[in-house]
Ligand binder design. Sequence first.
Ligand SMILES: Cc1cc2nc3c(=O)[nH]c(=O)nc-3n(C[C@H](O)[C@H](O)[C@H](O)COP(=O)(O)O)c2cc1C
Length: 149
Amino acid sequence: MAQVGIFVGTVYGNALLVAEEAEPLLVEQGHQVTIFEDPSLEDWLRYSNDVALVITSTTGQGDLPDSIAPLFHAIKDNLGYQPTLRYGVIALGDSSYDVFCGGGKQFDALLQEQSAQRIGDVLLVDATENPEPEEMTSPWVEQWAKQIS
Ligand SMILES: Cc1cc2nc3c(=O)[nH]c(=O)nc-3n(C[C@H](O)[C@H](O)[C@H](O)COP(=O)(O)O)c2cc1C
């Protein structure tokens, strides 16, 4: 069983919906879960020895939404090495844009740079092919939940 913080970056609410669908699936497998909608560095640091699930969309031109960009910059500016953190990333985007899922990819690259341990592959969710993202994310979350035990 793990303590899991879900860190949400959203503009229109799709990523939050995915987070709200993920929570009970993780709880079912015995994990303790908290969703953070405007996550701070302090929230993030509570999980340094546990598990973070970043669920973020992409806005602008491959950018992170305003709800999670401050966390990204705080991690970049204040932390450097997070080897005891395990994490996963669900990246929402739309393949009709030039930088597909750029927000989630940026977050993953930062955590890789800081030696955090990614569990599973980054899940890329294309809005043009998945009008209901949870149909794709829920099976992924169920598998991921088994790997963090
Ligand atoms: C103004 C705008 C800009 C976007 N830019 C990108 C982008 O650069 N790359 C991408 O993959 N998706 C982009 N998207 C698609 C969104 O990431 C996608 O629709 C996502 O499902 C929205 O999730 P949210 O409701 O959680 O914000 C953009 C959408 C909008 C409306």
